[in-house]
Design a protein around this ligand. Sequence first.
Ligand code: FES
Length: 148
Amino acid sequence: MPDFEPIIVAFTCHYCAYAAADLAGVMRLQYPPNIRIIKIPCTGKVDIRHILLAFEKGADGVFVAGCRIGDCHLEDGNIKATRRVKYAKKLLDEVGIGGERLEMFYMSSAEGRRFAEVAAEMTERIKKLGPNPLRNGKQSNDSRFADS
Ligand code: FES
């Protein structure tokens, strides 16, 4: 599948991962354009329904990126998110989408390079896995995933 360009939704917390993504941009670091960033106040706000909805709307992969463990600005949001991601991975395995399409990452606001590496790592992983089985070869028709 050489020309498959996956759509990857990244739920990023305002304080760390989103700031790291912003820093990657400021540092002019190259990372794949496949990532659609959704800024949230804290990864603890990510619900399993949000993750499943992203796949239902055509995302090929999803990652949740928050502060490092112990550094969450809202106490333990990233720990809650870690549990939810783990559970959602099991659900994705059970319904045949595949839990490996979902991952949780941690980073500080100073880690622009790490954000770029995570974006590249997830893009490579999803390219190997192929399109979301729910898309059945079709492009997402959800305008929220469209290139800007
Ligand atoms: Fe970043 Fe909670 S504020 S994960």
